[in-house]
Design a protein around this ligand. Structure first.
Ligand SMILES: Cc1ncc(COP(=O)(O)O)c(C=O)c1O
Length: 295
């Protein structure tokens, strides 16, 4: 089947696993009757693959399955089928350090039983790293530039799920791209820090306590955020999930961002001002990388 695309459209030509088959180009298509296409009715996971192995696979699959259940999706493909799909796509694209995305739609209504649409695609890691992530790894005090979004942000309860209803987050990310920053900080109408457009946020207060906004602020329950919280006790770091006013963030000794692809990224510049320290974030990064190596 040939898709009726506007003349001159160039489709990515990656191999994609789609509903059980490997396809590419024109064939990597879902029905426009699928609720994923019509109304942002899909959920997804983005995972980093280290030397051919997806990191924190069970945790990502757990988040996907819990969201599917809570949002009333048809039953998604089994974790083992999706795991096999990941291996097939990595092999077809000859990728070993990569970013995998798993997407599951709510399917076309009316059938019995309704099936989800599901696909898995992969990209080389290199194209996905922020400039600030590269600076983190190449300079002792290198890190991300974090800018403040122009718009107050009210995610609502869906903010706790990784859905494709993502225009507000995408536009926020584009603010960062336009300003040559790495990430955009989302702040609520009451002036509280929520998260980055694609990351969770941590801050070290002048009294040494590490803080991150609580999940009841309707932020995404990030997998990297959860791993950071679990690493803190063994490192003797006291961490609390508490609301952070943006005015307090500006006075923080340290700010860092967490995301499965970027890992833990110290913020070097917040809304145009240098952030003095990176110590806690870099200690956590070392422990996180040890987890990746052992995992
Ligand atoms: C809005 C938002 N917050 C946080 C994160 C970080 O989540 P994770 O650590 O699971 O990658 C993401 C990831 O893309 C995100 O989109």
């Amino acid at each position: 089947m040939k898709l009726p695309l506007p003349p001159g459209t160039r489709l990515p030509n990656h191999t994609v696993w789609l509903n059980g088959e490997l396809v590419r180009g024109d064939q990597a298509a879902i029905s426009l009757w699928d609720r994923g296409a019509r109304a942002g009715g899909a959920i997804f996971e983005t995972l980093r693959v280290y030397a051919g192995r997806p990191f924190a696979w069970e945790k990502h699959l757990e988040r996907l399955v819990l969201s599917a259940a809570e949002l009333g999706f048809p039953v998604p493909p089994s974790p083992s089928q999706l795991r096999e799909a990941v291996d097939q796509v990595l092999a077809a694209e000859k990728l070993s350090d990569a970013v995998i995305r798993i997407t599951v739609t709510r399917g076309v209504p009316g059938g019995r039983p309704v099936r989800t649409g599901a696909w898995v695609d992969a990209e080389p890691l290199g194209g996905r790293l922020w400039a600030g992530t590269r600076r983190r790894d190449s300079q002792p005090d290198g890190g991300a530039r974090l800018m403040l979004s122009r718009h107050p942000f009210s995610p609502g309860w869906l903010g706790r799920h990784k859905t494709t209803s993502r225009l507000a987050w995408e536009l926020a990310r584009e603010e960062a791209n336009a300003a040559r920053a790495d990430e955009t900080l989302l702040v609520s109408p009451s002036g509280h820090v929520l998260e980055g457009a694609a990351s969770n946020v941590f801050a070290v207060r002048p009294d040494g306590a590490l803080l991150t906004p609580p999940l009841d602020a309707d932020v995404l329950p990030g997998i990297t955020r959860a791993l950071v919280l679990s690493l803190c006790p063994a490192l003797g770091i006291e961490v609390r999930q508490l609301p952070i006013p943006f005015d307090a963030l500006k006075l923080a000794d340290e700010v860092f961002l967490t995301n499965s692809v970027q890992e833990i990224v110290p913020v070097a510049e917040l809304a145009g001002r240098p952030v003095p320290s990176q110590e806690v974030g870099r200690r956590l990064l070392e422990a996180y990388r040890a987890l990746v190596t052992s995992g």
